[in-house]
Design a binder for this molecule. Structure first.
Ligand code: TYM
Length: 328
């Protein structure tokens, strides 16, 4: 039997080069070896305020992006999270088995809650538990995510172990799968901050649907330093980030990229990063627009995906309910 993978992306903003390199691209590489289930996690997106029309549109657009990134709907299961109600149910059960202390240690919660002053949505606090429910419902062995989500997968493991210890073997204990480079793509203007689709300032973010001209400009204006040498180290975060982008896209090590650019200036580095980024983004855009032009095909994919997902999720949830003592 193939090992099972589960992962998801929030339709909370337009997808970025970070999402592509940290997640989508790896998904395509794993599809022959694993039984993979991918969700557009709309229940997660509403932890912060969303415009209804945009949420609707982005949910479909995300699905198109998964497919355009080379994740084949014939080999993988795709579904929209709110189509499978078991996610909300298991999330509540796990919430009752989670501690305030462990949830308040989540760095993403600490970052995101700062933007909300005194009115922090409770969903933002509980959100990692919903993510745990997503993963555990499908008995996933591996969770391919960017490095920023590893802490949430660790929490998922803790919750699964806690439940198994209390009620007997119920959940598979999942592992994080990150790319060998530990992919974390940073903002081009603030290269110490994650490139995030929900960030306010957009000059440092490459959106997958940005115009070619805009992408060229954003990379040309990316922040470097005044050391003037192309080296891979933490003291030069802007240069390091561009090297990571090139290495990931070109399937090379960062040492190889540094060697190829040796003796050249930052303009050459930025030109190479631009070429690399455009080499994946332009074909992706073409495919996304083709897919979005055929809503019936997309609907077929997410409807049959939800049916399969529901079957697996319901089996796990029934087992959980029975073990807790609910009358079935
Ligand atoms: P989200 O929607 O923020 O991001 C989706 C995926 O993209 C990765 N990613 C990045 N990787 C590298 N560099 C970046 N700058 C970057 N930005 C984003 C993320 O690590 C992620 O893999 N909670 C999750 C969604 C989720 C989920 C799940 C994931 C919900 N349930 C269950 C896995 C399994 C999130 O907010 O990802």
């Amino acid at each position: 039997m193939k090992k099972r993978i589960f992962s998801g992306v929030q339709p909370s903003g337009d997808l970025t080069l970070g999402n592509y390199l940290g997640a989508l691209r790896n998904w395509a590489k794993l599809q022959d070896e694993y039984d993979a289930i991918y969700s557009i996690v709309d229940l997660h997106a509403i932890t912060v305020k969303q415009d209804s029309k945009q949420l609707h549109h982005r949910t479909l657009q995300n699905l198109a992006m998964y497919i355009a990134s080379g994740v084949d709907p014939k080999k993988n299961t795709f579904f929209i999270q709110s189509h499978v109600k078991e996610h909300s149910e298991l999330s509540w059960i796990l919430t009752c088995n989670s501690y305030m202390g462990e949830l308040s240690r989540m760095t993403q919660y600490k970052d995101k809650s700062q933007r909300h002053g005194d009115s922090i949505p409770a969903g933002l606090f509980i959100y990692p538990v919903l993510m745990a429910a997503d993963i555990l419902l499908y008995q996933a062995d591996l969770v391919p995510v960017g490095d920023d989500q590893s802490q949430h997968v660790e929490l998922t493991r803790d919750l699964a172990i806690r439940f198994n210890n209390a009620y007997g073997e119920t959940f598979t204990i999942p592992k994080t799968y990150t790319s060998p480079f530990g992919a974390r793509i940073y903002d081009l203007q603030t290269p110490t901050k994650l490139m995030s689709k929900s960030a306010e300032a957009q000059a440092g973010i490459i959106f997958l649907l940005d115009d070619e001209k805009v992408i060229r400009r954003k990379i040309a204006r990316s922040v470097t330093d005044n050391v003037g040498l192309i080296q891979y180290n933490d003291e030069q975060p802007g240069v390091k980030n561009l090297l990571n982008i090139i290495a990931l896209i070109r399937d090379k090590t960062t040492a190889q990229v540094v060697q190829e650019l040796e003796g050249k200036g930052y303009k050459a580095l930025k030109d190479e990063a631009t070429d690399a980024a455009l080499s994946v983004i332009l074909p992706l855009q073409k495919r996304i627009y083709e897919l979005l032009a055929d809503p019936a095909e997309l609907a077929g994919i997410y409807t049959s995906g939800a049916e399969r997902a529901r079957d697996i999720a319901a089996t796990t949830l029934d087992d959980v309910k029975q073990k807790i003592g609910f009358v079935l």
